[in-house]
Design a protein around this ligand. Structure first.
Ligand SMILES: Cc1cc2nc3c(=O)[nH]c(=O)nc-3n(C[C@H](O)[C@H](O)[C@H](O)COP(=O)(O)O)c2cc1C
Length: 355
C-alpha cells in the first residue's frame, strides 16, 4: 500500500509536510468574555502541529456570528494578538494552520452572545434545535432577522475583514465553514432560504452568498490561501434542500474557477450526494476528504487518487501526536466525551504523546 499520506503536498499557496489534516473541532476553551484564545489553546494546537495542516475550530468573524459559548473570534485586535501566540507555536514546530471562519447565522442562543449583538439569517425561520449555554443549560435558538438585500455586502465584508485579521495573526489561510447549518449553509439550502431577491430561489441565486464571500476573502488575502468546507446531505441544525445534487453541482461549478487553495468535503454519500465524485473532476489538485477514516482507509483513498489529503477529527482529540503514531504503527488512544466542551486543560491539552 502506498505511503503517500506522509508525502508533502502543495495545496494552493500552502506547502504541507504530509497529507494528514486535523479537521476543525469546536472545543469551547476560549475566554467567556471577549472571545479570546487562551494559553490552553496555544498548547493544544502546538501539540498537534505534526499534522500537515491544522484547521482550527469554527471562529466567528463578527459579534453576530457567535452562537455557542466560549468560542473564539477573529475580528478584534485582542483576538489577533491571542491567535498570534497559537500560530507562532504551530509554526515553531514546523506545522501549518488555517482558521475556520464560522458565522452561525440563526444557530444562536441569546445567552451565548453579547446582549446587543444581532441574530441574522437569509430568512426569518427559526432553526429547530437547542444549544448549550453556561448560564441555563440547553436553550432554544432565536428566530433570526432576515437580512435586507442591502445588508448582505456588509456581512460579506465582515468575512473579508476576518480574513485580513487572520493574516495579521499569522495564519497560513482561511477555511469558509459552509456546512452544519450555519450562515453560508442557510443561504445555500432551499429550506432555510426563502428569499425572493438575487440571493434566493434558484440554485444559482442560493450559491451566490458563498461565491461572493469566497471572492471577497480571496481579494483580501489571495485565493491560494482560501478554502471552503461542505457536507452535502447533512441535515444537522435543521437543514433541508429540495434538490441537493443540483444545489451542490451548482456550487462546485461556480467555485471551480476561483483559484482556491482547497475544498474540504465531509463525505456522506449515504445521505444522497456523492460530493467526492462531483468535486474530483472540478478540483483536480486540491481536495481534502473527511470520512471517519482509519489509517488504512485514508491510505487507500489517497492511493486511488480520489483525494489529495485526508482529515481526521476525533482521532486528534486523544492523540495529539497522531501523525507520529500513524508513522510508527502505534495504537490510538480514546478520548473522554465528557470534556469535549468543558473549560480548562482537562481532556483537552493534557492527553499524553506516545512514548
Ligand atoms: C467535538 C467536535 C467538534 C466539531 N466542531 C466542528 C467545527 O467547529 N467545524 C466543523 O466544520 N466541523 C466540526 N466537527 C466535525 C469534524 O471536523 C469532523 O468532520 C467529524 O468529527 C468527522 O470526522 P472524524 O470521524 O475524523 O472525527 C466537530 C466534531 C467534533 C467531534
Amino acid at each position: 500500500m502506498s505511503d503517500l499520506i506522509f508525502e508533502p503536498l502543495q495545496l494552493g499557496d500552502l506547502t504541507l509536510a504530509n497529507r494528514i489534516v486535523m479537521a476543525p473541532m469546536t472545543r469551547s476553551r476560549a475566554t467567556a468574555q471577549a472571545d479570546l484564545p487562551t494559553a490552553e489553546m496555544v498548547e493544544y494546537y502546538r501539540q498537534r502541529a505534526n499534522a500537515g495542516l491544522i484547521v482550527t475550530e469554527g471562529t466567528h468573524p463578527s459579534r453576530a456570528g457567535k452562537g455557542y459559548c466560549r468560542t473564539p473570534g477573529i475580528h478584534t485586535e485582542a483576538q489577533i494578538a491571542g491567535w498570534r501566540k497559537v500560530t507562532d507555536a504551530v509554526h515553531a514546530e514546523g506545522g501549518r494552520i488555517v482558521i475556520q471562519l464560522m458565522h452561525v447565522g440563526r444557530v444562536s442562543a441569546r445567552l451565548n452572545k453579547e446582549t446587543d449583538a444581532d441574530t441574522v439569517a437569509p430568512s426569518a425561520i427559526r432553526a429547530r434545535t437547542k444549544l448549550f449555554t453556561d448560564q441555563a443549560g440547553m436553550a432554544d435558538t432565536e428566530t433570526p432577522r432576515a437580512l435586507g438585500t442591502d445588508e448582505i455586502a456588509g456581512v460579506i465584508g465582515e468575512y473579508a475583514h476576518a480574513a485580513r485579521c487572520a493574516t495579521a495573526a499569522g495564519f497560513d489561510g482561511v477555511e469558509l465553514h459552509c456546512t452544519s447549518g450555519y450562515l453560508p449553509s442557510q443561504f445555500l439550502h432551499s429550506g432555510s432560504n426563502q428569499r425572493t431577491d438575487g440571493y434566493g430561489g434558484s440554485a444559482k441565486n442560493r450559491v451566490r452568498f458563498i461565491v461572493e464571500t469566497l471572492q471577497a476573502m480571496s481579494a483580501a488575502i489571495g485565493s491560494g490561501r482560501v478554502g471552503y468546507r461542505i457536507a452535502p446531505g447533512n441535515p444537522f441544525n435543521d437543514i433541508q434542500d429540495d434538490n441537493p445534487v443540483e444545489t451542490y453541482s451548482t456550487l462546485l461549478d461556480a467555485t471551480a474557477g476561483l483559484g482556491l487553495s482547497y475544498i474540504h468535503i465531509i463525505h456522506m454519500p449515504q445521505l444522497g450526494v456523492d460530493a467526492q465524485a462531483l468535486a474530483r473532476p472540478r478540483f483536480p489538485h486540491n481536495l481534502i476528504i473527511n470520512e471517519s477514516f482509519t489509517l488504512e482507509k485514508a491510505r487507500a483513498v489517497l492511493a486511488s487518487g480520489e483525494a489529495d489529503a485526508v482529515s481526521f477529527g476525533r482521532a486528534y482529540i486523544g492523540n495529539p501526536d497522531l501523525a507520529h503514531r500513524f508513522r510508527k504503527g502505534l495504537p490510538l488512544a480514546d478520548f473522554d466525551p465528557n470534556t469535549l466542551y468543558s473549560p480548562g486543560p482537562q481532556g483537552y491539552s493534557d492527553y499524553p504523546v506516545a512514548s
